[in-house]
Ligand binder design. Structure first.
Ligand code: NAD
Ligand code: SER
Length: 324
């Protein structure tokens, strides 16, 4: 029997994706049915004012469990994580949050017979030994970053809980996510967000990746759509569970800068690659998402052109209002 998603807990809700996913889920499922949580005590205004907010440290199972009981939670969107660049600086923190946090969420999912657990994965699962263009769904997973190691292990753990306990756990391998609401939390693809802010505010950007570094990317509205569509998909149509490739667009910093220049002609970019270059070089340039398209009708709405027009318009409005 299909279990319905009625009471949703979001971990890591203050982050780049959580801050927008929370609002989208509240709109769809009712504000009182979507409980935002994060380790931080200061949620963004839009989250604090639109529904329940709780402080939860995912490495401490009891703090999650208290909210599961308090709100009778049947679904968790588990977004709390340490991303690639921060994870490379502090691999132990990355392992602790990403692995123990995930295990705690999965255990609670089994204990309280939850309807659904959604856990994002990442393009960071790949490393050596795969074609870097149109990287297939089924491929060698040998990441070289600690973040990638935790994402591969997280996918395997989810599939283990699916098969051992019958827990309905689902996940997608997000590309770099680009958005205009909340700044990203310390990843390698962050340049593709920072560049828009700096273009609008200062008309120049010093990029921490080399000019020819092609990476897969996605605009936030497509990320939200993919996440909710997968969560709501009929489980009988799913052959995969925790590891769906999802793609939208791929570009390098030169191409992105040229697109921005169409809107801000005086914009200039310079390059000063740092330790994040090695992480980017280990990731695919584009990925094959045909399984997501076949199993739950995935299809993105935004390409580089439409995303850039929207980003510049939104950030210019914020800049003129003194908000950034
Ligand atoms: P983010 O860094 O912006 O947000 C993560 C949130 O987790 C932060 O608000 C942080 O305070 C919180 N957090 C950290 N430690 C915690 C703990 N112990 N307990 C509770 N909360 C804690 O990350 P994001 O970009 O929103 O990513 C969400 C998910 O999507 C992650 O699993 C990430 O790996 C995945 N992902 C993101 C991207 C991207 O480009 N943003 C790409 C691929 C995958
Ligand atoms: N955007 C993420 C990062 O760069 C990819 O998972 O870490």
């Amino acid at each position: 029997m299909k279990k319905e998603m009625k009471k949703i807990l979001i971990t890591g809700a203050n982050g780049q994706i959580g801050s927008e996913l929370t609002l989208a889920l509240r709109k769809k499922y009712g504000a009182e049915n979507v409980i935002a949580s994060d380790i931080r005590h200061n949620p963004p205004k839009a989250i604090a004012q639109s529904g329940p907010y709780e402080v939860v440290d995912v490495t401490k199972a009891e703090t999650i469990r208290q909210q599961v009981i308090k709100y009778d939670i049947d679904t968790i969107f588990h977004l709390a994580a340490i991303l690639s660049a921060v994870g490379e600086r502090d691999p132990h923190l990355c392992w602790n949050v990403n692995m123990n946090g995930t295990m705690n969420v999965l255990d609670l999912g089994v204990k309280y017979e939850m309807a659904r657990i959604i856990i994002p994965s990442s393009i960071a699962v790949w490393g050596k030994g795969v074609p870097r263009v149109n990287t297939p769904q089924e491929s060698v997973l040998k990441p070289t970053s600690m973040y990638g190691v935790t994402k591969v292990a997280g996918e395997l753990l989810c599939d283990y809980y699916v098969h051992k306990y019958g827990l309905d756990c689902r996940g997608l391998r997000y590309p770099g996510i680009i958005s205009s609401e909340t700044l990203p939390g310390g990843g390698t693809t962050d340049y593709a967000v920072e560049i828009y802010y700096e273009a609008v505010k200062k008309k120049n950007y010093n990029c921490f990746l080399r000019e020819d570094t092609v990476l897969p990317m996605m605009y936030m509205p497509d990320c939200i759509k993919a996440t909710i569509d997968l969560a709501e998909a009929d489980v009988n149509n799913l052959k995969h569970h925790s590891d769906f490739n999802v793609a939208a667009m791929s570009f390098d910093p030169t191409t992105l800068a040229a697109e921005i220049k169409k809107h801000i002609p005086e914009f200039e970019i310079t390059y000063n690659p740092d330790f994040r270059q090695a992480i980017a070089d280990s990731w695919p340039q584009s990925i094959d998402d045909s399984s997501a398209r076949e199993e739950w009708n995935w299809k993105p709405n935004y390409d580089l052109e439409s995303m850039t027009a929207d980003m510049i318009q939104k950030l210019t409005a914020k800049f003129e209002a003194g908000l950034i």
